[in-house]
Design a protein around this ligand. Structure first.
Ligand SMILES: Nc1ncnc2c1ncn2[C@@H]1O[C@H](COP(=O)(O)OP(=O)(O)OP(=O)(O)O)[C@@H](O)[C@H]1O
Ligand SMILES: [Mg+2]
Length: 231
């Protein structure tokens, strides 16, 4: 599904990604772990074309996407939920979902199936997004990404700062997407969450994916967590 080879990239003169190789498969959850600042978010942004890959290859179903303008990347079926508080500005919930639907020409049926996953958003369709709670904003960010009917979904620490019921709701969505054949890439720092959801875990350090391990090869005491995440 997704395959990166030898990717370099960064900001201005500062190279962050140094020779990254990484892959994600359909119907699998691939978790990305690593300490603060190792380049996890930069990797997501490189896939989305928001950080230019100066070297290397990024392929989606064998299509080279590394040189696409950022606005074209989602049209190929990649949904992205960025890290941190999103600023939705003055648009309503419904208008935000409409933007997601328009990206790939999806309509009423997709909108309904997404809203079925997030009943709280259905109750707030007319509400200005900026006035949603943090958890509701995260739901909206995920819902908007799902309006693309993505084949690949990138989630960058989606549960950061959320209460357990919201975390559980997001987890259910991830499990459902995997069952539906979507390739999910999840940046996640909580070991229990990773062990509960991942099929494979990619550990990053110093701008590289240094090890990729199958879930079966990991448990809560695995030294890789201590080495690369510091827990
Ligand atoms: N817009 C930017 N301009 C310049 N440097 C940046 C920019 N964004 C990130 N960086 C730098 O790139 C490096 C990697 O940052 P990145 O956000 O990818 O890390 P991360 O692994 O996602 O960290 P965290 O766990 O804290 O989210 C850091 O040194 C950071 O300071
Ligand atoms: Mg980050």
């Amino acid at each position: 599904m997704l395959k990166l080879e030898g990717v370099f990239g960064g900001y201005g003169g500062a190279t962050v990604l140094r020779d990254v190789s990484f892959s994600a498969a359909a119907a699998e959850v691939t978790c990305v772990m690593g300490r603060n600042g190792v380049g996890k978010t930069t990797l997501m942004r490189a896939i989305m074309g928001l950080v230019r890959a100066e070297k290397g290859s990024i392929q989606l179903d064998r299509l080279e996407i590394a040189n696409l303008p950022a606005h074209e990347v989602p049209r190929h079926g990649i949904g992205y939920v960025p890290q941190g508080r999103r600023l939705f500005g003055p648009l309503t919930v419904a208008e935000n979902l409409e933007i997601g639907l328009m990206t790939r020409g999806r309509g009423h049926a997709v909108r309904e199936s997404v809203l079925d996953l997030f009943p709280r958003l259905r109750e707030r369709l007319g509400q200005v997004s900026a006035t949603l709670s943090g958890g509701e904003q995260q739901m909206l960010a995920i819902a908007r990404a799902l309006c693309l009917e993505p084949k690949l979904l990138l989630l960058d620490e989606p549960t950061e700062g959320l209460q357990p019921s919201m975390i559980a709701a997001i987890r259910d969505v991830v499990v459902g997407l995997k069952a539906a054949g979507v390739a999910v890439v999840l940046v996640e720092q909580r070991v229990e969450a990773v062990l509960g959801m991942a099929d494979r875990v990619a550990f990053m350090d110093h701008g590289q994916v240094v090890e990729t391990v199958a879930r079966q090869g990991l448990d809560a005491k695995s030294p890789l967590f201590r080495q690369y995440v510091g827990v």
